[in-house]
Design a protein around this ligand. Structure first.
Ligand code: GTP
Length: 365
């Protein structure tokens, strides 16, 4: 059987998506919406993940929810509008990644489940991942991503037969460039081995435990597009990559391009909106403003001459005349006054108003 570049639809597997995290690194955006529901290239982030699952031929999806559980079903319903059959399982107390997988066991319909972290954008070939798992006869197969700087992550070496040999903590000089990409194929019987009803980390407890017990943990190594959108910097990059077509999706509302301007948004002729920026419904970008590689949620406003780069503006947020924002998150309905300058890592909480020229980090940017 062909093991790479496979486009054959995946038969006989469920998808499980973990969407119960609190998304603390993306605060304040995640105060009002869970991370997988944040508007990303015109639709909730999760719609892009679901579109990849659908394209691979998997139709039954179980969402493991906890934080703000209700909003997922409100948007996606039974999944039929997306060509899917979606079930929801709610944790009263968050069970962590492994506990969340165990908690959906009785909803699975097949012997294999493909489990996804709900905050990863990936171009991995799911057909090839599942085929590798089945060919190897593995208990669990992990998607392992080759990355340029593995020292930022724990690493996962494999032997010549493709079996995972260890789960290593982050070190300055890792022995491999393969990292856990947050997507796994589990045999259902292995999911049933996870202790029920308590917090379990799949990375820290389940996987090392499987290795200790001599079970077969396999690696599917890949180097196609991959991004964990857990931080504001990664979130804006992921959104821009979706808009420009660098990141694969079948859920983009429109053709890929330099910018995505949603219905009811206005961009003045003399404004520049580039770098895969999204201008949300009803948002406004005024003349002389420059928006690059950024995400403007619905109703956000950028006034004349302002510069917004690599930043997220929450719903109804306002950026005043000639303000400069680079690498910033502005919460819903917050206002950054005219002439303010906010730089990398700054976060403005929802409903806060920064008065005109209140903040200026340097005079020469
Ligand atoms: P941070 O708080 O910013 O670290 O984000 P997070 O809470 O989403 O945690 P992390 O990025 O480590 O989580 C990886 C994936 O697992 C995400 O898709 C989370 O939604 C999901 N996840 C984390 N904890 C839980 C949990 O207790 N239950 C469920 N169902 N999913 C979880």
């Amino acid at each position: 059987m062909e093991r790479s570049g496979s486009t054959a639809p995946v038969a006989g597997a469920d998808a499980v998506i973990l969407v119960g995290g609190r998304g603390t690194r993306l605060r304040p955006l995640t105060l009002s919406a869970p991370k997988p529901m944040l508007p990303t290239a015109g639709v909730p982030f999760l719609a892009h993940v679901l579109s990849r699952i659908r394209a691979a031929g998997i139709t039954h999806v179980v969402l493991g929810t906890s934080y703000r559980a209700e909003v997922f079903e409100e948007h996606f319903g039974d999944g039929s509008a997306f060509g899917l059959d979606i079930s929801y399982v709610v944790e009263d107390e968050p069970l962590d990644t492994g506990g969340a997988i165990r908690n959906v066991a009785d909803r699975l319909r097949h012997d294999d489940a493909v489990v996804f972290n709900g905050d990863i954008l990936s171009g991995a070939d799911l057909g090839a991942l599942v085929a590798t798992h089945r060919d190897a006869g593995a208990d669990v197969t992990l998607h392992l991503q080759r990355v340029a700087d593995p020292s930022r992550f724990g690493s996962v070496p494999t032997g010549p037969d493709g079996r995972v040999t260890a789960f290593l903590e982050k070190t300055p000089d890792p022995p491999t460039d393969q990292i856990n990409a947050g997507c796994y194929v589990f045999r259902r019987s292995v999911i049933e081995q996870i202790p029920p009803g308590r917090r379990v980390s799949v990375e820290r407890e389940t996987f090392p435990g499987l290795l200790e017990r001599g079970q077969h943990v396999h690696g599917y190594v890949d180097d196609s597009y991959w991004l964990d959108v857990g931080t504001p910097e990664a979130f804006v990059r992921g959104s821009a990559d979706l808009v420009t077509g660098r990141a694969p999706t079948a859920a983009l509302p429109g053709p890929p391009g330099e910018r995505l301007v949603l219905d009811g948004a206005t961009v003045a002729d003399a404004a520049e909106v580039t770098g895969g920026s999204t201008v949300g419904a009803g948002a406004r970008v005024a003349a002389g403003a420059r928006v690059a590689g950024s995400v403007l949620f619905d109703g956000a406003v950028v006034a004349e001459g302002a510069v917004v780069e690599r930043s997220v503006l929450g719903a109804g947020a306002r950026v005043g005349k000639d303000a400069v924002l680079r690498g910033v998150v502005v919460g819903d309905h917050a206002t950054v006054g005219a002439g303010c300058e906010l730089l990398d890592g700054a976060r403005v909480w929802p409903d806060v108003t920064l008065p005109e020229s209140a903040i200026r980090f340097s005079s020469d940017a």
